[in-house]
Design a protein around this ligand. Structure first.
Ligand code: MG
Length: 266
């Protein structure tokens, strides 16, 4: 199952994405936001449309979350590169939904920051309401699918403020996409790569998570209710670094595709 969200004739729609002759195309309009893994997306109410190659679609962020919950320092080597201890429990923070940016959208560096970093991450989209999961409960039914996230960060403000709301929360600081798919297994290992201007800067694998998804989702659910469509950013591998105006960042995850965003000054 793969789906995206896109603009057609001035309105936003969810669309089913299927391979047609080896290329991803949007083949059907989904008449409601995909949720709950019981009925898979193919079984949702949908309407036929003239197919659009995904590469030519006017893509929107494929999620409309009530909240974006992020995990900090979930790869050992990334914790070390910023001089931080490996956390004993998942380290949680939020990005506001107003920071979402579609594939291709321009990340805007605020004037108040002198160092802004990319952070390529695997994103998890929640399928159904999830609260207080017990240790024995399987988290997989609560996962609708996966996407690419760039947890863009004003590193100087993160260090200066002592907490991360401003550093992580500027408008355009959460590029997401290009689509959501359930066709991968982060427990088995999924490669997460970030390129800047075509050069590989991060190359990590989700099998190296300090806290795997079952631990993360259970931990979050014991704090707050996760709603359908909520987004979890699972942490970034080593290799974070600054970007400046006119750089182009690409976050690629095998099985999902590439999330590409240019950078400009506000
Ligand atoms: Mg991050």
């Amino acid at each position: 199952m793969k789906y995206c969200r896109f603009e057609l004739n001035g309105s936003a729609h969810y669309g089913l994405v299927e391979p047609v002759a080896g290329n991803d195309e949007i083949t059907r309009l989904l008449l409601q936001p995909p949720q709950d893994s019981d009925g898979d997306v193919e079984g949702l109410p949908s309407r036929r449309m003239d197919r659009i190659p995904l590469a030519q679609a006017s893509l929107l962020a494929p999620v409309q979350p009530s909240k974006i919950v992020c995990v900090g320092r979930n790869y050992r080597e990334h914790a070390a590169e910023l001089g931080n201890e490996v956390p004993q429990e998942p380290l949680l923070f939020f990005k506001p939904p107003s920071s979402l940016l579609p594939p291709g959208g321009t990340i805007l560096r605020p004037k108040v920051s002198t160092r802004t970093d990319y952070e390529g991450e695997l994103g998890v989209v929640i399928a159904r309401r999830c609260r207080n999961l017990a240790e024995s409960e399987d988290v997989r039914p609560y996962i609708l699918g996966y996407t690419c996230v760039n947890d863009f960060t004003a590193r100087d403000l993160q260090n200066k403020d002592g907490q991360w709301t401003r550093a992580k929360g500027f408008d355009t600081f959460c590029p997401v996409g290009p689509l959501v798919t359930d066709g991968l297994d982060p427990w088995a290992g999924v490669q997460v790569e970030t390129r800047v201007n075509g050069e590989v800067r991060q190359s990590g694998n989700t099998k190296d998570f300090i806290f795997p998804l079952n631990v993360i989702i259970r931990y979050i659910s014991q704090v707050m209710t996760l709603e359908p469509g909520d987004l979890i950013a699972t942490g970034t591998p080593k290799g974070v670094g600054p970007v400046v105006a006119s750089d182009v960042i690409e976050v690629s995850i095998e099985g999902i595709g590439q999330l590409r965003n240019p950078v400009a000054d506000r």
